[in-house]
Design a protein around this ligand. Structure first.
Ligand SMILES: N[C@@H](CCC(=O)N[C@@H](CS)C(=O)NCC(=O)O)C(=O)O
Length: 234
């Protein structure tokens, strides 16, 4: 059984979405990253920076979103969400997964916080280069890797969803909006949003007694995507 360490409406939501797309059983342990001191200190044993997501599977702890996606899809690929070694798309798939975390995420945050820096000084470069690259890609293909949905779309889709619908930092380019309308209507995305919505109304684990709470993911109240986004649904 996979256990996901998760905080609702955060970077771990993309992994929750992936788990829904994979259609595998999983448990969720809610981690309160938003308390004044962040996640409980004991959680550092799972994630060294006390960040979500993290997963435990078969006694292994896996951290970092790209690594979690690669790990899960290499083991659970019944839904065919990850091009395997030998598939010409494998390189694009891996590159996009890492690009989402190591370029898109930091440049969007730098932009949001109004940082000025020399793009050549930082590995993630310039926000505008990222926008041009992703716009070009999504103008010529339907998904992150060609015209078929892959696990990379749970990460690219999450980044674009956050960038447009939550942080309002990405331009509403037609390539981005069309892509969002494709991915946000997926049953896996809708289920993940419904669960996340229900999680926001659940009490967290006692921060002083960090423990594993099994099966909370299977007990959730239902809501609709419209309830979640209101009029903001693209
Ligand atoms: N490098 C990590 C970053 C994860 C991350 O930034 N998580 C945020 C969630 S939005 C977090 O847990 N922040 C809490 C904190 O830093 O205290 C990954 O890609 O998995």
């Amino acid at each position: 059984m996979v256990k996901l360490f998760h905080s609702p409406s955060s970077r771990s939501t993309g992994i929750l979405w992936l788990l829904e797309e994979l259609e595998i059983p999983y448990e969720v342990d809610l981690i309160n990253i938003r308390s004044p001191n962040g996640a409980p200190e004991g959680y550092r044993e799972i994630q060294p920076n006390k960040k979500v997501p993290a997963i435990i599977h078969d006694g292994s702890i896996i951290t970092e979103r790209a690594a979690i996606v690669i790990y899960l899809c290499d083991i659970f690929n019944d839904m065919n969400l990850a091009p395997q070694n030998g598939d010409l798309r494998r390189g694009q798939y891996l590159s996009m997964l890492v690009y989402c975390d190591s370029v898109m995420d930091p440049v969007m945050n730098a932009k949001m916080h109004g940082w000025t820096y020399r793009p050549s000084d930082f590995s993630y470069g310039h926000f505008d280069d990222m926008v041009k690259y992703i716009d070009k890609k999504l103008s010529s293909q339907l998904y992150a890797v060609g015209n078929e949905f892959t696990a990379a779309d749970t990460q690219l889709g999450s980044a674009i969803h956050w960038g447009i619908n939550i942080l309002d930092v990405l331009p509403k380019k037609s390539s981005f909006m069309n892509y969002l309308s494709r991915i946000m209507l997926r049953p896996g995305f809708i289920r993940a949003m419904e669960k996340d919505d229900a999680f926001t109304r659940r009490p967290y684990s006692d921060p002083h007694l960090f423990n594993y709470r099994p099966n909370v993911a299977t007990q959730y109240e239902t809501s609709t995507l419209n309830d979640f986004y209101g009029d903001g649904l693209p």
